[in-house]
Design a protein around this ligand. Structure first.
Ligand code: FES
Length: 112
């Protein structure tokens, strides 16, 4: 099992959360299975950006993003060098520290 730490997010997990995850599980599934309602508007088909997360530690342990993922990430709100789509990034064997961005593109649109 690999430890996955979610940093606090105001709405989704105000206290943050540390969970043990089976390698091969996506960050999105790991969140959902533990009661963190990470958005996944395209049902994890690598066709939206609502599952965007930023991997602050352990980024290098993840398999590289596909071109499709990279193209989508370019459109994500709050893109960082260590951004990934949560449904595409599979937990490997290194501990991960993950931030759920404050907004998704859906919210960002509503606010403009
Ligand atoms: S849920 Fe749409 S890309 Fe992850």
């Amino acid at each position: 099992m690999t430890q996955l730490i979610f940093l606090p997010h105001e709405e989704l997990c105000p206290e943050g959360m540390a969970i043990d995850v089976k390698p091969g599980t996506s960050i999105c599934d790991a969140a959902l299975e533990n009661g963190i309602e990470l958005e996944h508007a395209c049902e994890k088909a690598c066709a939206c950006t609502t599952c965007h997360v930023i991997v602050h530690e352990g980024f290098g342990s993840l398999e590289e993003a596909s071109e499709d993922e990279e193209d989508l990430l370019d459109k994500a709100w709050g893109l960082e060098a260590e951004s990934r789509l949560g449904c595409q990034a599979l937990v490997a064997d290194a501990e991960l520290v993950v931030e759920i961005p404050r907004y998704t593109i859906n919210h960002a649109k509503e606010n403009h």
